[in-house]
Design a protein around this ligand. Structure first.
Ligand code: SF4
Ligand code: SF3
Length: 536
């Protein structure tokens, strides 16, 4: 195996024997083979579409399969073996895309063992040129993030032909012999399509659940049995809350599900009682203490300890050998009764903390304060905004973000989204004239909100996006963050600081281009970065 798609890749270079994340070699290789075959499927479907014979189910199929290969989503080799056969069936239901088709369009296994031998030849390292490989993998990682966000919009009924076609065309482009310039253009198009997908998801979420409101969420555990729901899928939360109503079981959010508390729709449920624990890297300790069942709707799943594995349920794209999976019915509904039944028999969660956290500072809520914010900028009460969005992770070096947040001068405001915020969202950062100094827009996809706020401020202040008093200090871990980064680049945002380390899939040659074109900078020390991002 060779996988270097996330920030925690072994030695900052690549996982070669087993993933630091817990993904085994056979799963990693099957994921590579799946991505390869998705390219063949895309080529055939795009060709059939030109003749008016494309299949409507391929675009969403490809997006969802890409999501399953994202870090900390699916660790189950049996699942990938099965889905590879389904991908082959779908591909072969489409007519050949000409007489000289790529191997990805024609390869078939004679026996199950062929999957492993083929997988070993189609992975990341099958592209020899380091810069070509780098541009291809930036695109593939971006597409995995795009597939994830698009899946979330699609489960809420929002489909978009342009996004589906782009994903297929972009995948197909990685089998072509393109110039560096053309490959870079695909990468930037992935970013602009990312903006489109993030906007679509924002629309899907707000149409289904209302506009987020600035909300204080309790982090205290109650004395009734509970279910902990983690990941990003708000529709799963909606179904779970409806099914647990009146059952005597409380529902707690975890990790990226925290922002759900800010939506008017979820506020209707008094069985949604609070947020439990921090971000994903702490889950082994926190799940142990939760006592009740845990539902993982998307990333980030950490391979569970035996002591609580019988209480962990997966659903949607998530999978792990031996864990119980809640399937999606043909109408899109899910039956969470097994989870609820187990919760009834569980002890209440052990209390971990006793406070509150603020969320729901999405674009509508912040722009409702636009006059105050603009007045504070013009009057000098707010000197600068610092976008600290993105992911959390296990590395000790991520202490940097808590120290950075704490060291920011009192006339600065943090804009955040994603699970990176758990490093500093319990700090007493205070307010500036009634505006909280930490504005949490929500999940990582709600980085869209930060862009909308920046664009509105630019309009109101008559400035270009790079002239605004905003600095970007982005934390990345997995491929959704790659997509968010590409989205920011496609909008022309420059001078982004990226940490805690640069992606292993960015080669020195490609990094040079990123620095020259976008002024991307690696994170250094709190003191040096602060001096640069918040000039006196
Ligand atoms: Fe390694 Fe990250 Fe790939 Fe897991 S996802 S195998 S940790 S690079
Ligand atoms: Fe976090 Fe996994 Fe990226 Fe949605 S939950 S931001 S890491």
């Amino acid at each position: 195996m060779f996988c270097f798609q996330c920030q925690e890749t072994a030695g900052g270079q690549g996982c070669t024997k087993a993933g630091v994340c817990g993904k085994d070699a056979s799963t990693a290789e099957l994921q590579d083979l799946l991505v390869y075959l998705l390219k063949g499927l895309s080529i055939r479907n795009l060709s059939a579409a030109k003749a008016g014979k494309g299949r409507d189910d391929v675009g969403i199929f490809v997006a969802e399969r890409l999501f399953e290969t994202l870090t900390n989503v699916n660790f189950d080799p049996a699942y990938f073996q099965d889905i590879i056969y389904k991908t082959l069936l779908l591909r072969d239901s489409l007519p050949p895309a000409g007489t000289d088709e790529s191997d990805a369009c024609t390869w078939k296994p004679a026996a199950a063992e062929d999957l492993a031998s083929k997988a070993a030849t189609v992975g990341v390292l099958s592209t020899e040129n380091e810069d070509v490989r780098s541009l291809q993998q930036i695109l593939i990682c971006g597409l995995k993030g795009l597939g994830a966000y698009y899946h979330h919009a699609a489960v809420l009924g929002k489909r978009d032909a342009e996004i589906e076609t782009f994903i297929q065309e972009a995948l197909a482009s990685t089998l072509q012999d393109l110039s560096a310039q053309d490959m870079t253009a695909w990468v930037l198009r992935c970013g602009s399509t990312g903006v489109r997908a993030l906007a679509l998801l924002d629309q899907a979420n707000t149409e289904a659940y209302g506009k987020p409101e600035i909300t204080s969420v309790s982090t205290k555990a109650g004395d009734r049995p509970g279910i902990l729901i983690s990941g990003h899928d708000l529709k799963d939360l909606a179904m779970l809350l409806e099914q647990t109503k009146g059952s005597g079981v409380d529902v707690y959010t975890h990790g990226e599900m925290l922002p759900a508390h800010a939506y008017p729709y979820f506020k209707r449920y008094d069985n949604l009682v609070g947020n439990y624990g921090g971000s994903w890297p702490l889950q082994r300790e926190e799940f142990e203490q939760f006592n009740g069942p845990i539902l993982m709707t998307t990333n980030c799943l950490v391979p569970p300890r035996e002591s609580y594995a019988t209480r962990v349920y997966t659903t949607g794209p998530v999978g792990f050998p031996g864990l119980k999976h809640i399937p999606t019915g043909p109408d899109g509904n899910k039956d969470f009764n097994p989870v609820i039944e187990q919760a009834r028999l569980s002890a209440p969660p052990k209390n971990l903390e006793d406070g509150t956290v603020i969320t729901g500072c999405a674009h509508d809520a912040v722009l409702a304060l636009a006059d105050e914010v603009i007045g504070a900028i013009k009057g000098g009460a707010i000197r600068r905004f610092v976008v600290m969005a993105g992911c959390d992770g296990r590395h000790k070096s991520r202490d940097y973000y808590a120290r950075f947040a704490q060291a920011l001068p009192s006339d600065t405001v943090i804009l955040t989204a994603g699970c990176a915020k758990y490093r500093y969202n319990r700090l007493p950062l205070g307010e500036i004239g009634g505006i909280p100094r930490l504005l949490d827009a929500g999940q990582c996809n709600d980085c869209y909100s930060l862009v909308a706020v920046a664009q509105a401020l630019a309009g109101a202040l008559g400035m270009g996006i790079n002239e605004l008093p905003i600095s970007y200090n982005i934390a990345w871990f997995e491929q959704k963050a790659v997509l968010v980064l590409l989205a920011l680049l496609s909008l022309g945002v420059k001078d982004i600081t990226l940490g805690p380390s640069l992606p292993a899939f960015v080669s020195p040659g490609v990094l040079k281009v990123l620095v020259e074109s976008f002024d991307i900078k690696p994170q250094t020390t709190v003191e040096a970065d602060l001096k640069r991002m918040v000039p006196a």
